[in-house]
Design a protein around this ligand. Structure first.
Ligand SMILES: Nc1ncnc2c1ncn2[C@@H]1O[C@H](COP(=O)(O)OP(=O)(O)OP(=O)(O)O)[C@@H](O)[C@H]1O
Length: 251
């Protein structure tokens, strides 16, 4: 079964250079995938296309049996219900004028999801390790790690099938990073993750499968432990050699 498939997708911002070149990958329910590559390899661009924030120059993205079409409002509503995102910077990704209640309930409101929103928000906050007493507080009252928990609560409150995380732990200090990676690990039992990172150590700790992107092309993909054990492509070997692995994350 397939949740989302990226089929032969190419994309360029300008006319002359492709930032993504014939990229194909399959996201299956329950199988978290790490998308790894150096800065500029096209990870964020692929995530933007997966969110419907841009259109492939060629190829397509399928959600079930439907093709992702950013202009199709009805499709996008059901897609957004199922596909949510967490971004890198927990300082800029939360609206400073909104309370935690407002921030976390935003997908419920914009997707017009019926039910007791307050209760759903409290449940989402609890599953990221925050208590309901934070509801009336504002982002500036929280640390970076707590803000990232709030952003994760917002991503899971509508019970999506897939969460796209873009360098979601990169801006955090090491001990906070370890705790948020642990939280993502717990979440991976309930929701499929596409975890974008330049940090192979983090991805190895979280994802069953890895896709390696080099300058817009997939050079290697497969099961994480196999790729870590015997990387086939020189680029993967170079990435493995250059990334400091964190022992507490790789067990
Ligand atoms: N809005 C844009 N307009 C033009 N070029 C862009 C734009 N956004 C990204 N690029 C270029 O596309 C390429 C891929 O960028 P992208 O941000 O997708 O890579 P990345 O792997 O996510 O890198 P990073 O880890 O640094 O975020 C880079 O060469 C970048 O300069």
């Amino acid at each position: 079964m397939t949740l989302v498939s990226v089929e032969n997708v190419s994309f360029g911002y300008g006319r002359d250079r492709l930032v993504l070149n014939d990229v194909s990958l399959t996201i299956r329910p329950g199988v978290s995938i790490g998308l790894v590559g150096e800065s500029g390899s096209g990870k964020t661009t692929l995530l933007r296309l997966l969110l419907g924030l841009g259109k492939p120059s060629s190829g397509r993205i399928q959600f079930g049996d439907q093709t992702l079409e950013a202009g199709n409002a009805a499709f996008m509503r059901s897609y957004r219900r199922n596909v949510q995102a967490v971004f890198q910077d927990p300082y800029s990704s939360l609206d400073p004028r909104q309370t935690v209640q407002g921030i976390v309930s935003e997908p419920l409101q914009s997707l017009r999801i019926p039910g007791d929103h307050r209760q759903m928000v409290v449940a989402a906050l609890q599953s990221v390790g925050l208590e309901g007493d934070v509801l009336g507080r504002y982002p500036h009252e929280f640390s970076g790690g707590q803000r990232q928990r709030i952003a994760i609560a917002r991503a899971i409150v509508a019970r999506p099938q897939l969460v796209l995380a873009d360098e979601a732990v990169s801006a955090l200090d090491l001990s906070t990073k370890v705790r948020i990676v642990d939280l993502f690990k717990e979440l991976a039992a309930q929701v499929t993750l596409l975890f974008v990172s330049h940090d192979l150590g983090v991805v190895a700790a979280l994802c069953e499968e890895i896709v390696i992107l080099e300058r817009g092309r997939i050079v290697e993909s497969g099961r994480t432990h196999e790729i870590l054990k015997s990387p086939q492509h020189p680029y993967t070997r170079a990435l493995l050699a250059s990334v400091p692995r964190m022992p507490e994350l790789t067990t």
